[in-house]
Ligand binder design. Structure first.
Ligand code: PGA
Length: 249
């Protein structure tokens, strides 16, 4: 059976005060449940605060990006080791906002994925098509190329350690969710692509859905056979909503 995961991507939200209050609310309102792994991904500046509050709890910590370099003269960058030593176990890579605003390519994301794995972090690799690409019938072409590109060169053992998030770009922050059927179709397609690389790995890699996941649509999405949880943006900033989504698993 695959691990179900609900991860919160806080994006550029969360001062120290806001982080303390959100984490405390999550810890008070959500208790450990072996059926679902909960991850929160605050901004870099709040990771240490979050890490201290989460220490010994059932909630794991993740970052929203990292450098493809181990260390050195890369002003403004954060290395995977820095994330590990602050208590992060996960790192979101290749989010569409990184691709859109920072010109990240599959090749770059692939380098980050490899470095994350070799450092001991679990990458949550984001893929997803633009609205225009969906309308032109290119969803599988685009998503297939992103899956192949970001996972290029991984061994079967490495592949078993990644998490994939399917996030149709047109559904992110727009309130437009893919229907459970639309999402399931792409998730099944991604699992087929994984099986081409390694059949056993394809069975264990969690594939999360992301894009306007809310308490009222989470259950129907999570019920789909190839949807193994969600990557939640906006709704992860409200403890009650995030907890409701976790409980929907
Ligand atoms: P959203 O963001 O839930 O606000 O649509 C999801 C994401 O970008 O990961």
């Amino acid at each position: 059976m695959r691990q179900m995961i609900v991860a919160g991507n806080w994006k550029m939200n969360g001062t120290i005060d806001e982080t303390e209050s959100l984490i405390n609310d999550l810890l008070a309102g959500n208790s450990k449940n072996d059926k679902v792994k909960v991850v929160v991904c605050p901004p870099y500046t709040a990771l240490l605060t979050a890490s201290k509050l989460l220490d010994g709890s059932h909630i794991s910590l993740g970052a929203q990006d990292m450098s493809e370099h181990e260390k050195g003269a890369f002003t403004g960058e954060i290395s995977p080791r820095m994330l590990l030593t602050v208590g992060a176990g996960f790192v979101i890579l290749g989010h569409s906002e990184r691709r859109q605003y920072h010109a990240e390519t599959d090749k770059l994301v692939n380098a980050k994925v490899k470095l994350a794995l070799s450092t001991g972090l679990t990458p949550i690799i984001c893929v997803g098509e633009l609205l225009s690409e969906r309308e032109e019938g290119l969803t599988e072409v685009v998503v297939g190329a992103q899956v192949a590109g970001t996972l290029s060169g991984l061994t079967a053992a490495d592949l078993k350690r990644v998490v994939i998030a399917y996030e149709p770009v047109w559904a992110i922050g727009t309130g437009k969710t893919a229907t459970p059927k639309m999402a399931q179709e792409v998730h099944a397609f991604i699992r087929e692509k994984l099986a081409v690389i390694d059949k056993a790995a394809a069975e264990v890699v969690p594939i999360l859905y992301g894009g306007s996941v809310k308490p009222d649509n989470a259950e129907r999405l999570h019920r789909q056979p190839d949807i193994d949880g969600s990557l939640v943006g906006g709704a992860s900033l409200k403890a009650d909503d995030f907890i409701a989504i976790i409980n929907a698993v």
